[in-house]
Design a protein around this ligand. Structure first.
Ligand SMILES: [Zn+2]
Length: 69
């Protein structure tokens, strides 16, 4: 087991914002939103609101990343 005490949350991984379709669990619709990709993980950018129900999109699921070239 290789246990490293690397407790730094601020790693110099590039954060890329991109558009994506996210699933709003409040109104059960898929809406467009901004996701932040950090390395291989992507999550919904905090502070957004659902365009349908105006709920916070923080708990939304990412359905499909729109990687525009
Ligand atoms: Zn919604």
């Amino acid at each position: 087991m290789n246990v490293q005490t690397r407790s730094q949350a601020q790693q110099p991984a590039a954060q890329v914002e991109s558009k994506a379709f996210v699933y709003c669990p409040i109104c059960t619709h898929t809406v467009e939103g901004i996701v932040v990709s950090t390395g291989r993980t992507a999550k919904v950018k905090p502070g957004q609101k659902c365009s349908r129900c105006s709920a916070a999109l923080d708990p939304a699921y990412i359905m499909r990343l729109d990687r525009a070239a």
